[in-house]
Design a protein around this ligand. Structure first.
Ligand SMILES: [Zn+2]
Ligand SMILES: [Zn+2]
Length: 300
């Protein structure tokens, strides 16, 4: 019923990510169960559900150590398997979650929000922390809201797209700056990159305070190197983190959406039919200031 376009889809589209052609994209989606296999226990026809796209084997060394995101036999709906940019899609029961009364468009945020929860939990934001978030796309704005819930006292957002900057302002940032030089050197307990843009990622360690944390969350192009002064990283005693997908965060995401503590409606700029998908990808790549989250409604 609703399937979000994500930065990862653009990487997949350009052959820069793990999947191989041909693939039907769409890994952030929700819908109605229209048929179930004979062994399915938790669902019946008519249930409203969201899908955690990553399918772990539950039987490799990583899975058996609760690192299902690194499953050696990893598959993902919309990446290696046919995804949600279609009227119908199949998924194994174990990656399907009941969303109750949640709107389908909100259900399409269960996956990205799960990833954000995983990342923010890795960054160990503490009560009263001062945070800088670099990039206020849909992910940056989810990081902003989850960081606030984790107890961040002051959140600065870097964003030069005026539409996205407005969104960050409305959704609860304390300050939005549009020039990276306006961030405070050594100024933040936690610096989170949500751009995946290499020159921006390179600067993150400048803005973390001594002993602070840097989380590289945005997906960079594969094959590109970051460049950081090794001595600065050492001398500042920084914790440098990355975050790959999520690990059993779907219930958390659904609960936060159902409780209204995470707002996703303001993040949606376009609701389009499935036929508009190629145009929607081109529109996102033009960096039009009016584009935020684009949700495809395959049965709409
Ligand atoms: Zn995604
Ligand atoms: Zn596994």
């Amino acid at each position: 019923m609703a399937s979000g376009i994500c930065g990862t889809d653009l990487h997949i589209y350009h052959g820069e990510y793990l999947g191989d052609y041909p693939v039907i994209p769409g890994h952030e989606f929700s819908g109605v169960v229209t048929s179930v296999g004979s062994l399915v226990k938790r669902f019946k026809i008519g249930d409203r559900v969201a899908v955690e796209p990553n399918i772990a084997c539950d039987n490799c060394d990583h899975c058996l150590n609760n690192r299902q995101n690194f499953c050696l036999n990893w598959q993902a709906v919309g990446v290696t398997l046919p995804g949600g940019m279609a009227q119908f899609v199949t998924a194994p029961e174990k990656v399907v979650f009941d969303i109750g009364d949640l709107a389908f468009e909100q259900g399409a945020f269960v996956e990205p929000l799960s990833c954000v929860i995983h990342g923010v939990e890795r960054a160990r934001i503490k009560l009263g922390d001062r945070i800088a978030i670099l990039g206020a796309g849909p992910i940056g704005n989810l990081i902003l809201q989850v960081s606030r819930l984790q107890g961040a006292a002051h959140i600065t957002v870097l964003e030069n797209n005026p539409g996205r900057a407005d969104l960050a302002r409305n959704i609860g940032s304390d300050i939005v700056v549009n020039d990276i030089e306006d961030l405070i050197l050594d100024g933040y307990d936690v610096v989170i990159d949500a751009t995946g843009v290499i020159p921006v990622m390179n600067r993150t360690i400048d803005f973390a305070r001594k002993g602070g944390t840097v989380l590289l969350f945005g997906v960079p192009p594969s094959g590109a190197n970051i460049e950081m002064e090794a001595f600065k990283l050492f001398h500042k005693g920084l914790t440098l983190l990355s975050s790959f997908t999520s690990v059993r965060n779907s219930f958390q995401a659904i609960h936060l959406l159902q409780s209204g503590q995470i707002q996703v409606e303001p993040l949606i700029s376009h609701r389009l039919p499935i036929q508009a998908l190629p145009d929607a990808i081109r529109m996102i790549e033009r960096h039009d200031p009016t584009v935020k989250k684009v949700v495809i409604l395959p049965n709409g």
